[in-house]
Ligand binder design. Structure first.
Ligand SMILES: *[C@@H]1O[C@H](CO)[C@@H](O)[C@H](O)[C@H]1NC(C)=O
Ligand SMILES: *[C@@H]1O[C@H](CO)[C@@H](O)[C@H](O)[C@H]1NC(C)=O
Ligand SMILES: *[C@@H]1O[C@H](CO)[C@@H](O)[C@H](O)[C@H]1NC(C)=O
Length: 683
């Protein structure tokens, strides 16, 4: 080529040669560029059906009837597993890994079924009734016994009630009492001890079935509390000696009570039936399966808490299709190591984790202008491809730039579904480029069995949460006090669907506040219809307060913004209507800060550097700068901050299972710090 160009004579030969060369180049490009492989199945400029009253419907339902199930033979969780067993009976179902450098060990669908059946038979042998007034508590990280317990419940028409780790012992006590729960399945000695400590206040608690081997001391403690402590494996043996035929539920039966911890006061038990679960999972599966196909070779990595519907929904979809589920080792820090061993093809996640991946990669190239430029080009080029509906991992950019990231995830991920909070457009585009797979975003809440809207496969755009799922009608309702009106296509998001929960357990009043007389679920989120039929989340009724000067503050938005600073791992922003500005608690990034501090001659110890005035000023300046760039108004910016050295986590009860800030708990914990910050400002 260069030889040709340097031959001045060639240019004078005339237009014919130039045309020929151009044509050859174009042919070369076209023959090497792959065909579009993820084409949307509807018009992206017109994604929802608009009814006369402004309600929107999915384009995937033809007769106006909301979707209840994807497969005629799958109406309950029991059916879902049965379908998987027909497809993959002798194929792997659940996998675990006991240490580093070890392969996953697998149990087949039939084996899982037999274990679940034995477990359920043991419950019956102990006198539990096969109907939906039998509640079984599950207090454990994700592992096979969790699945056996849940499958046993659906096989024998009982109800599973997850006790979240992060709800803490008091909430567990509340749930056990409210649900009159006699049997709790528990993973560790520590959790068993937590429960026993409250046993005198939980008269219904009869039996704890523990996965680990109970120590003698624990057994003694249990018998003092008049609680029967049984090992899970012994329970299975009991069931095997008393095997019963399955007694499956009806679709209208209660399947689970899922407690949510979001707001102040006691947790609320969201009651979900089999029909709720199946309609939502079917709708999600239908939408996702337009982009990818799944079979017995597909693998899901299970690490988001099973106590939350997002992960459970995904597992139901996996069982329905005979896919494999591999469990992480119970520690998020080991997740990428587990993923490299498992090589999952399905990956569900939350923005918090994607944001961290993004931050880490962007920060890793910051020292080098060349690397930064390369990354920028790579993202641009791959984004262009996504916009042409080409999704792949084998471009030159994948080889040069993104291969390492993909390898971290095992190298085979073909779909990522993110949910539980909106993902920033910049991060969304980056993840699409870097992962080289289909990335979809869902919006929903537990009360809707998780899903309300979902992005369409092949939609390359960001900044919205897709269009109504085929199981939902969605409308926006005026919120005059915040200035949102349906006539402007803005308002509180309300959904009508077979997946809407049937009520809060023993809480009529809250149920009435949430589901109106016509059956519409009021989400508390504020949405906006975009002209192409997609929904954008713009605000929240919850976590919103007015400052004293009358300006509305959405603290989550501010926190998300500050989280973009490379120095910030987490942020909690608070204020109230008595004040005219907000203040923040900032957790500096433990991976970035020590290095920075050392260069500045400051102690790299996190506790030490959090006390350092220079560090505080530096971080304060950085977040305010980022806030300004992102368009935060002056009154939205923190007026002062405190640095806190310990990450908010599930374990210290400062995060919800979906990794959102637990506001009431954080507020209580930092109340005196917040008061001090205000005192300083007002001085
Ligand atoms: C469940 O079975 C028990 C015992 O047969 C019975 O007392 C109870 O009323 C049943 N509950 C429901 C909801 O059917
Ligand atoms: C839908 O509309 C929004 C807002 O106008 C835009 O950002 C997005 O790119 C659009 N999506 C498509 C697929 O055109
Ligand atoms: C922020 O608070 C610290 C003490 O916590 C105080 O020394 C400082 O002056 C405050 N800054 C502002 C801008 O009020």
């Amino acid at each position: 080529m260069s030889a040709f160009l340097s031959d001045a004579g060639a240019l004078s030969i005339g237009a014919g040669v130039v045309t020929a060369v151009t044509a050859a180049a174009a042919t070369y490009y076209l023959s090497t560029r792959p065909e579009p492989n993820v084409l949307p199945t509807i018009d992206l400029n017109d994604q929802a059906v608009v009814l006369e009253d402004g309600t929107r419907l999915s384009r995937f339902i033809k007769d106006g009837k909301l979707m209840k199930n994807l497969y005629d033979d799958v109406k309950t969780l029991y059916d879902a597993f049965q379908r998987g067993m027909k497809i993959s009976g002798d194929e792997p179902c659940l996998g675990t890994r006991t240490g580093p450098n070890l392969e996953y060990q697998w149990m087949t669908y039939k084996e899982v079924f037999e274990n679940s059946r034995a477990f359920g038979s043991a419950l019956l042998a102990r006198g539990l009734k096969p109907n939906d007034s039998s509640f079984i508590g599950i207090y454990s990280v994700n592992r096979p016994e969790w699945v056996f317990t849940e499958q046993a419940c659906s096989m024998f028409s009982m109800v599973s009630v997850p006790l979240y780790d992060s709800l803490g012992p008091d909430a567990c006590k509340f749930i056990i009492k409210q649900g009159d729960i006699g049997y709790v399945v528990c993973d560790t000695a520590q959790k068993t001890r937590n429960l026993l400590a409250k046993a005198d206040q939980c008269p219904s608690l009869k039996c704890i079935i523990m996965m680990e081997t109970p120590s003698e001391e624990l057994t003694t403690q249990a018998s003092k509390c008049k609680v029967d402590l049984v090992q899970f494996s012994d329970f299975l043996e009991l069931g095997k000696k008393n095997l019963k035929e399955p007694m499956p539920p009806k679709e209208s039966d209660l399947a689970t009570v899922c407690y949510t911890s979001g707001t102040t006061g006691d947790p609320k038990g969201v009651m979900l039936t089999h029909a709720n679960l199946i309609s939502n999972m079917s709708a999600v599966a239908k939408t996702a399966l337009m982009a990818i196909s799944v079979n017995s070779n597909d693998v899901h990595i299970s690490y988001l808490p099973l106590a939350h519907m997002f992960e459970r929904g995904m597992q139901i979809i996996c069982f329905m299709h005979g896919c494999r589920i591999g469990f992480f080792r119970g520690d998020v820090k080991l997740l990428t190591d587990d993923m490299q061993a498992l090589k999952p093809t399905l990956f569900i996640t939350v923005p918090r984790l994607l944001n961290r991946i993004y931050d880490r990669i962007v920060n890793s190239v910051q020292g080098s202008a060349l690397k930064s430029k390369l990354l920028e080009w790579a993202v641009k080029a791959k984004t262009k491809e996504v916009e042409s509906f080409i999704v792949r991992k084998d471009s030159i950019w994948d080889k040069l730039v993104f291969g390492k990231v993909q390898k971290l995830l095992g190298g085979r991920v073909k779909i990522v579904i993110t949910g539980s909070a909106p993902l920033e457009a910049k991060v969304f585009n980056f993840i699409r480029a870097a992962f080289g797979c289909v990335v979809m975003e869902g919006y929903g809440q537990t009360e809707a069995t998780a899903g309300i809207t979902f992005s369409i496969a092949g939609d390359p755009s960001t900044g919205h949460v897709g269009c109504p799922l085929p199981c939902c009608k969605v409308k926006l309702v005026d919120v005059p006090e915040m200035g949102y009106y349906a006539k402007d296509n803005k308002g509180e998001i309300c959904s009508y669907s077979p997946s809407t929960f049937i009520g809060y357990f023993k809480n009529e009043e809250k149920t009435k506040e949430t589901i109106d007389d016509d059956g519409w679920l009021h989400t508390g989120d504020i949405g906006q219809w975009l002209p192409n039929g997609t929904l954008k989340i713009i605000d929240r009724k919850k976590n919103i307060f007015k400052l004293s000067q009358g300006e509305y503050i959405a603290t989550e938005k501010i926190e998300n913004c500050y989280g973009r600073s490379q120095f910030v791992a987490q942020a909690f922003v608070d204020g109230n209507s008595l004040k005219n500005n907000v203040v923040g608690i900032i957790v500096p990034d433990p991976e970035v800060m020590p290095g920075w501090a050392e260069k500045e001659g400051i102690s790299p110890d996190m506790t030490e550097l959090c006390k350092n005035k220079k560090v505080k000023e530096m971080i304060f300046k950085d977040i305010v700068r980022i806030g300004k760039e992102a368009g935060l108004k002056t009154f939205e910016q923190v007026a002062n901050i405190t640095l806190y050295p310990e990450l908010f986590s599930l374990e210290n009860n400062l995060l919800t299972p979906t990794f959102k800030n637990k506001r009431p708990v954080l507020r209580k914990k930092f109340q005196s710090v917040i008061d001090d910050l205000y005192a300083e400002i007002e001085k």
